[in-house]
Design a binder for this molecule. Structure first.
Ligand code: SF4
Ligand code: SF4
Length: 399
């Protein structure tokens, strides 16, 4: 009786979330050159969420319509992944995850179709085998496209639309010129959505210049952008005078290069729109005045492989636990040319407390308030209250 009353009280205070993201594994079969899983591999602990811990999510599934089974790692490596999908589907949830595509087989694709998985995200870093395979090491572009073709064929055979394919393209300087080919690929494999994202967690300083919003000082974007006929990245020297005066929100690369990226991205968006495909791209330029975080922290949360409730994958404690660079320093990431330690934030663990209780904690509510658009009218105060990892986070700066 007492337990029943507790559960009812818990339901009363439960939030309505756009989605709950669940990290089902931290293990991966690939070695993408930019990923913390690769770059911090000496200290990385590969773990799978146990099915028992996953079952503890039951009471929290009513908070949301969408469960996304994703964190740092390849979801298909968790041997319970199909059971997890089934478990959520039986409770009427929409379910998705993003994969590198290498563990898809015909049997597995058929199982996912049978389970009526709603979203299958697929990660790309190029639209040719040469580029994609160089960046997403351990994956194979041709195999990925083969698997997506197979999925289209199986869906057509069964006359079903699910799972919807979403293509997640990581934009880098070295692969941006191939992004325009994403649309023919999306049409071919029947993708409904394309998301072009940025490299926002830079663990290796050598990759800093690869982020399209980071300007190395050696390129003159406007000149080459004007001259560029083949869609390749414009090179030259920066032209600061091209920027409109008085703007606080400047992109370090200069407005010429920013304009280049924006116009290319807009062209793709318009063409995608004509094909009825959503093309969502993350900003190619930093906005220093922004207090907006892309990760929807006010209406979504991440439950990590250990059950910790965290606002986003960047604050996931698995990124920083037990990690050192061999010299006593903690692992770091790079933000605007400086190193900062990776720090985790956890507001509680579902093994010990309900998600309602964790969500309603004063410190978690206070954290979410920092990202309330209404509070953006007092930016200095907000920034002084924000955790350092958010202040020094590209996700907060519109990229
Ligand atoms: S597939 Fe994903 S988790 Fe694995 S190394 Fe690449 S980016 Fe990291
Ligand atoms: S600002 Fe960055 S670290 Fe903070 S919640 Fe958003 S994504 Fe996470």
């Amino acid at each position: 009786m007492f337990e029943w009353i507790k559960r009812q009280l818990d339901k009363l205070g439960s939030p309505t979330l756009d989605w709950v993201q669940v990290e089902v594994t931290t293990d991966c079969n690939a070695s993408c050159i930019y990923c913390p899983h690769t770059l911090l591999q000496n200290q990385w602990k590969n773990r799978h969420m146990s099915i028992d811990l996953f079952h503890r999510l039951i009471p929290f599934l009513s908070y949301t319509d969408l469960v996304y089974l994703q964190g740092w790692g390849e979801p298909l490596l968790n041997k319970h992944i199909f059971e997890m999908v089934r478990f959520c589907k039986e409770r009427g949830k929409r379910v998705g995850f993003t994969t590198n595509g290498m563990l898809l087989t015909e049997d597995r694709i058929r199982m996912l179709v049978d389970l009526e998985l709603d979203i299958l995200g697929v990660s790309l870093a190029g639209t040719t085998a040469g580029t994609h395979n160089r960046i997403r090491k351990g994956t194979d572009y041709d195999k990925l496209v083969f698997n997506l073709d197979l999925l289209s064929k199986i869906k057509a055979e069964r006359k079903v639309k699910a799972p919807e394919v979403h293509l997640a393209y990581l934009m880098l300087r070295s692969n941006f010129h191939e992004l325009k080919e994403i649309l023919p690929l999306a049409i071919r494999v029947g993708a409904k959505e394309i998301v072009a994202g940025n490299l926002t967690l830079i663990v290796d300083p050598k990759l800093s210049a690869q982020a399209i919003f980071n300007y190395s000082g050696s390129i003159e974007p406007q000149k080459r952008a004007n001259k560029s006929k083949n869609g390749k990245l414009p090179y030259g020297r920066r032209s600061p005078t091209a920027c409109p005066p008085g703007r606080r929100a400047l992109w370090a690369g200069g407005c010429g290069e920013l304009q280049y990226y924006r116009s290319r991205l807009e062209e793709i968006r318009k063409r995608a729109c004509r094909e009825n495909i959503i093309f969502d791209y993350h900003g190619p330029g930093i906005d220093d005045a922004s207090l907006y975080c892309r990760e929807n922290v006010r209406r979504a949360c991440v439950i990590n492989v250990n059950g910790e409730v965290v606002p986003c994958v960047f604050t996931n404690p698995v990124l920083c636990e037990n990690r050192g660079l061999g010299n006593g320093r903690s692992s770091c990431y790079m933000f605007k040319g400086q190193f900062f330690p990776l720090t985790g934030i956890s507001f509680g663990n579902i093994q010990n407390e309900t998600l309602t209780r964790i969500w309603n904690k004063k410190e978690y509510a206070g954290f979410r308030d920092l990202f309330d658009p209404e509070t953006a009218t007092r930016p200095e105060q907000i920034l002084s209250e924000m955790p350092k990892c958010c202040v020094k986070c590209y996700k907060r700066l519109g990229v």
